[in-house]
Design a protein around this ligand. Structure first.
Ligand code: 13P
Length: 247
């Protein structure tokens, strides 16, 4: 069985004070021992998060990473530097980076590969826009995004896939549990074809997009929804309810 996974993407939010209090709240919570939790604070606060976190099941993630170890790459962060700080996860391919920063499928794939080769695990984010959804090409888009990675990465052991439909991010309009399940199933079937049934059966596929404490339990019985990637609600006490939503 795939272990339930809950990620918190803080995006470009928070201060020393607010992030310390969010992590303190997590420290005080009684978290289930069988749920893997990964929180991604903004880069300037990664060290603070590593230092403050006392939970053995909570790990710290970067929101971004570069595909080189060091050098003249102003503003970028290498996986080697992340590991040096005690950070063993990174997101790649978040839709905000795909659309606002204009990262390509290929660049995202290269960063994913370099992070994995450097020993940093990856939450690979994929998902379609509203227009693509309405055009009925959701699974084509997610396949294209995945294929860029599977073309150059053969070992998917340390990848978690986060399916985040762009129309559901920050809108309050989460996909229904059944919609998420249908897409996750399609994503897994595609992975069976590209990385093989054994690996595809083990990859966790998270749902992201307006997940909150209230709707998280709706996804409980959906066999291909292996967890969540949470934005806004990960900054609030209800993040703990999401972590506990499978109890
Ligand atoms: P929201 O939970 O705020 O919709 O954001 C989802 C997301 O983009 C997580 O990466």
């Amino acid at each position: 069985a795939r272990q339930f996974f809950v990620g918190g993407n803080f995006k470009m939010n928070g201060t020393k004070e607010s992030l310390t209090s969010i992590i303190d709240n997590l420290n005080k919570a009684e978290l289930p021992s069988n749920v893997e939790v990964v929180i991604a604070p903004p880069a300037p606060y990664l060290s603070l998060a590593v230092a403050e976190n006392k939970q053995k099941t909570v790990f710290i993630s970067s929101q971004n990473v570069f595909n080189k170890a060091s050098g003249a790459y102003t503003g970028e962060i290498s996986p080697q530097q992340l590991k040096d700080l005690g950070v063993h996860w990174t997101l790649t391919g978040h839709s905000e980076r795909r659309t606002i920063i204009k990262e390509s499928d290929e660049f995202i794939a290269e960063k994913t590969k370099f992070a994995l080769d450097s020993g940093v695990s990856v939450i690979l984010c994929i998902g379609e826009t509203l227009e693509e959804r309405q055009g009925g090409i959701t699974l084509e888009v997610t396949a294209r995004q995945l294929d860029a990675v599977s073309k150059i990465v053969s070992d998917w052991t340390n990848i978690v896939v986060a399916y985040e439909p762009v129309w559901a991010i920050g809108t309050g309009l989460a996909a229904t549990a059944q919609d998420a399940q249908d897409t996750h199933k399609g994503i897994r079937e595609h992975l069976v074809k590209t990385i093989g049934a054994e690996q595809a059966g083990k990859v966790r596929i998270l749902y992201g997009g307006s997940v909150n404490g209230k709707n998280a339990p709706d996804f409980k019985d959906k066999v291909d929804v292996d967890g969540f990637l949470v934005g806004g609600a990960s900054l609030k006490p209800e993040f703990v309810d999401i972590i506990k939503s499978r109890l």
